[in-house]
Write a protein that binds this ligand. Structure first.
Ligand SMILES: Nc1ncnc2c1ncn2[C@@H]1O[C@H](COP(=O)(O)OP(=O)(O)OP(=O)(O)O)[C@@H](O)[C@H]1O
Ligand SMILES: [Mg+2]
Length: 235
């Protein structure tokens, strides 16, 4: 009898991905024939100079943008081939995104910001609300659920944004400088929450950060340079 594990595709895979933007004077080549993959339940960080293309790389994985050529697959499914009407379901259920700025809806309460994406994805309101409450408790924000984002601090908003990113239980979490705007204490809190999620809830995390210490707490560290990803030497 074989003791080999059943084949599991990488959770995120870039195959020969090239991305160019059309500039005024010349085209910008941001990703250059990138082939790279991330196994399920692993955390990986990406660092690199400003303008290197880190956000572009994440946007492609979230299907917020399309590659110029090549394919991107999430959980074995080619994202770049999804039709327009399949995209919102993919974004709602397969990926959770956290940005440097929280993008919470200011006219809705903390609780509403968290449960609404689940309700919009078809979950009954009561159960979405109950799960939102649990997630807000996990990020230490349940006592603020009736507040509006405008009265929260930056770190508090980011914790709510994290709860919102998790409400549809996506296997892949994409975080683009999630602590870029926070003080040391809140940055540490968000770091702990994100890294804990990978181990406790078996998420796959792709993190873009300028914070080298945070980057090196991930299981894999990569650097985006000259349009491709190279392993970052650990200290
Ligand atoms: N929609 C677009 N049209 C044209 N150029 C773009 C577009 N989006 C990004 N770029 C350019 O592509 C390059 C990579 O941008 P990107 O935002 O991915 O960099 P980054 O590595 O995330 O930088 P930072 O660390 O400053 O956030 C930049 O030169 C940027 O100006
Ligand atoms: Mg960026």
């Amino acid at each position: 009898m074989s003791d080999t594990q059943p084949f599991e595709p990488p959770l995120l895979e870039y195959r020969s991905v090239t991305k160019t933007f059309t500039g005024h004077t010349e085209d910008l080549l941001i990703l250059k024939d990138l082939t790279w993959s991330l196994p399920a339940r692993v955390s990986a960080s990406i660092t690199g100079e400003s303008g290197a293309g880190k956000s572009t790389l994440l946007h492609l994985a979230a299907a917020l943008d399309r590659p110029t050529s090549g394919t991107i697959a999430v959980a074995g499914k080619p994202v770049s081939a999804l039709k327009e009407k399949e995209l919102s379901g993919f974004r709602a259920k397969t990926v959770g995104i956290i940005f440097q700025f929280h993008f919470l809806l200011k006219e809705f309460s903390v609780a509403e910001n968290v449960w609404m994406p689940a309700w919009l994805a078809g979950e009954p309101k009561k159960s979405a609300q109950a799960r939102a409450h649990d997630l807000l408790a996990q990020v230490g924000m349940d006592s603020r659920s009736q507040d509006y984002p405008g009265v929260l601090s930056g770190g508090e908003r980011q914790r709510v944004a994290l709860a919102r990113a998790l409400i549809n239980d996506p296997p892949l979490l994409l975080a683009d400088e999630p602590t870029g705007n926070l003080d040391e204490r809140n940055s540490h809190l968000v770091q702990e929450l994100l890294l804990d999620l990978v181990t406790k809830t078996q998420k796959t995390l792709l993190l873009v950060t300028h914070d080298r210490a945070f980057a090196q707490r991930c299981q894999q560290s990569w650097r985006l340079t000259a349009g491709t990803l190279v392993p970052e030497a650990m200290p």
